[in-house]
Design a protein around this ligand. Structure first.
Ligand code: AMP
Length: 461
C-alpha cells in the first residue's frame, strides 16, 4: 500500500514525498480511511507510531479539498503542541495550510489575532485554550474536526475538567478523534462523553508500531551501584543520543553534574527550568551538541528527537504508562533502539507491574566487566601506596620470623599476589545473574504473602 491509495490532494502527497515517508505505518493504514469517512475514533497508540500524520493527513486533505475549514488539535504540553504543528507544517506546506500553536506563558494578543484572522489548524494546550474560549476571544473558531492527543497524559496532568469545559464551546456536529497510549477508566468515560459511535483501533502491540524494534533490558543491581552502573553502560553501549530518565528533579541535577564532571556531554531537563532554557537544551540536543539528556518524565513528554539510540531508566518508573512513554523515545521511525532499566530489589513491585503490562519483552541482563585484576596488577603506584600505608602488626613480625627456611623474595611475591587477588574492583559484574534474581524474587514474593496475610488478620480483628 502507498500514500497514493488514500487519494490525497496532490499537494499533500508532495509534502508526504518530501518528508520521505515511503509507506503508511500500520496506524496510518487503519485510521486514515476512518477519518476520511467522517467517523469518530478512539485510537490506542503511543508516540512513535506515526499517529500525528495518521490524523494530520486526512484532516489536511479535507481542508485542501475544501470539505472542511478548520480543525483543532489539543495536546497536553507545549513541547508536544510545537512538535505536532511542526509535523503538520512540513506535511501540509504545499497546500498552503496555516497552522498555529497556542499555549500559556506567552501573550494573548498575537494568538487571538491569528485565530480570528482565519488559521485553519490550531494546535493548543488545554489551559490557554479554555481561557480563550471562556473570555469569548475566539467565538468564531468553530472547528469541524477536533483531535485530543495523548489523552492519558492529560488525565495524569489533571486536565480532564478543562477538556470537558472546552468541549462545551465546540459545536456538537463535529468529528472527534481521541488518541491515548493507555485506556484507564476516566479516559473511557471521557470518550463516552465527547465521541459519538466511535470506531476503536489499537496499535499498542509491538508488531503494529513503526517503532517495533526496541530491545528492552533490565539489570538488577544494588541501590548503591546506580551511578557506577550508568557510567559503565554509557561506556559499553554504543550510544549516539540517549536519554536517562530519573524520578526526581534533584536526581536529574545531581546525575547531570556527575556525568559532566567525568567528561560526558550531558544536559539536565526538568520542570523547574525556565521555558527558554528548556527550549535551548532541547535544541542543543536535537542538533547533537549534547548527547545525553538526563530528564524527568514531565520534561520529556512527547519529545521526538531523531536518532535516540538508547533510553536508560536510572530508576524504574512507578507505573507502566510512563515506562511505555519513556521507551517510546527511542526506536522511532523504524530505527532500532535499546531501553535499559536499572532495578534494585526495592523496586520488584514496579518491575512486576510493568512486566505484566508490557509482556515478557524485558530481558534480564548482566555484564561481566573486563576492567578487573588486570588493571589492578599494572597499577603499581596504588599498590605501593597501599603497602606503605599499612602499619606493621606484631603478628606479621612473628610470622616472618617463623618462616626462616623459605626464600625471602619468593615469600614476598606470594604475599603480594595474595593481596592483589583480594583487591576486587568495586563492580566486576553488572547486574545479578538469573539464578540470584530468581531467588531474590522468591523471597520478595514470600514477604509479600506474609504481609498480605498479616493485613487480612488485622482487618478481621
Ligand atoms: P509520531 O508517532 O506522530 O510522533 O511520529 C513519529 C515519527 O515518525 C515522526 O518523526 C514522523 O515524522 C515519522 N513518521 C510518521 N509516519 C511515517 C511514515 N509513514 N514513514 C516514515 N516515518 C514516519
Amino acid at each position: 500500500m502507498t500514500f497514493k491509495d488514500f487519494k490525497f490532494h496532490k499537494n499533500l502527497l508532495k509534502g508526504v514525498r518530501i518528508a520521505g515517508f515511503k509507506e503508511p505505518s500500520p496506524i496510518q493504514k487503519m485510521v486514515i480511511p476512518i477519518i476520511a469517512n467522517g467517523e469518530d475514533l478512539v485510537g490506542q497508540a503511543h508516540t512513535g507510531t506515526g499517529k500525528t500524520a495518521a490524523f494530520g493527513l486526512p484532516i489536511m486533505d479535507k481542508i485542501a479539498k475544501g470539505e472542511i475549514e478548520r480543525a483543532l488539535v489539543i495536546t497536553p504540553t507545549r513541547e508536544l503542541a510545537t512538535q505536532v504543528s511542526d509535523e503538520l507544517y512540513h506535511l501540509g506546506r504545499f497546500c498552503g495550510i496555516r497552522t498555529i500553536t497556542v499555549y500559556g506563558g506567552v501573550g494573548y494578543g498575537r494568538q487571538i489575532a491569528l485565530i480570528n484572522k482565519g488559521v485553519q489548524i490550531v494546535v493548543a494546550t488545554p489551559g490557554r485554550l479554555k481561557d480563550l474560549y471562556k473570555k469569548g476571544k475566539i467565538d468564531n473558531f468553530n472547528p469541524e474536526i477536533v483531535v485530543l492527543d495523548e489523552a492519558d497524559e492529560m488525565l495524569d496532568m489533571g486536565f480532564l475538567d478543562e477538556i470537558k469545559e472546552i468541549f462545551e464551546y465546540i459545536p456538537q456536529n463535529r468529528q472527534t478523534l481521541l488518541f491515548s497510549a493507555t485506556m484507564p477508566e476516566p479516559i473511557k468515560e471521557l470518550a463516552n462523553y465527547i465521541l459519538s459511535n466511535p470506531q476503536f483501533i489499537s496499535v499498542v502491540g509491538e508488531s503494529n508500531s513503526t517503532n517495533n524494534i526496541i530491545e528492552q533490558f533490565y539489570y538488577v543491581i544494588e541501590e548503591s551501584q546506580r551511578d557506577e552502573a550508568i557510567v559503565k553502560l554509557l561506556e559499553i553501549e554504543e550510544t549516539n543520543k540517549c536519554i536517562i530518565f530519573c524520578r526526581m528533579k534533584r536526581e536529574v541535577d545531581r546525575l547531570t553534574e556527575h556525568l559532566k564532571a567525568i567528561g560526558f556531554l550531558a544536559e539536565g531537563l526538568h520542570g523547574d527550568l525556565e521555558q527558554t532554557e528548556r527550549e535551548r537544551i532541547i535544541r542543543a540536543y536535537r542538533r547533537g551538541e549534547s548527547k545525553i539528556m538526563v530528564a524527568t518524565d514531565v520534561a520529556s513528554r512527547g519529545l521526538d528527537v531523531k536518532n535516540v539510540t538508547h533510553v536508560f531508566n536510572y530508576h524504574i518508573p512507578f507505573d507502566p504508562q510512563s515506562y511505555v512513554h519513556r521507551i517510546g523515545r527511542t526506536g522511532r521511525a523504524g530505527k532500532a533502539g535499546r531501553a535499559i532499566t536499572l532495578v534494585s530489589t526495592d523496586e520488584f513491585r514496579e518491575l512486576q507491574r510493568i512486566q505484566k503490562e508490557v509482556g515478557a519483552d524485558m530481558q534480564l541482563a548482566t555484564i561481566v566487566l573486563e576492567a578487573d585484576s588486570e588493571e589492578l596488577y599494572n597499577d603499581f603506584a596504588s599498590l605501593q601506596a597501599m603497602v606503605e600505608e599499612v602499619d606493621i602488626s606484631p603478628i606479621a613480625i612473628d610470622f616472618i620470623d617463623s618462616m626462616e627456611q623459605m626464600d625471602y623474595h619468593e615469600f614476598v611475591e606470594r604475599v603480594v599476589t595474595l593481596l592483589i587477588q583480594q583487591r576486587k574492583p568495586s563492580i566486576n559484574r553488572l547486574g545479578f545473574d538469573e539464578e540470584t534474581v530468581n531467588s531474590m524474587l522468591e523471597s520478595y514474593e514470600y514477604e509479600q504473602k506474609v504481609a498480605r496475610k498479616s493485613n487480612r488478620k488485622k482487618k478481621h480483628r
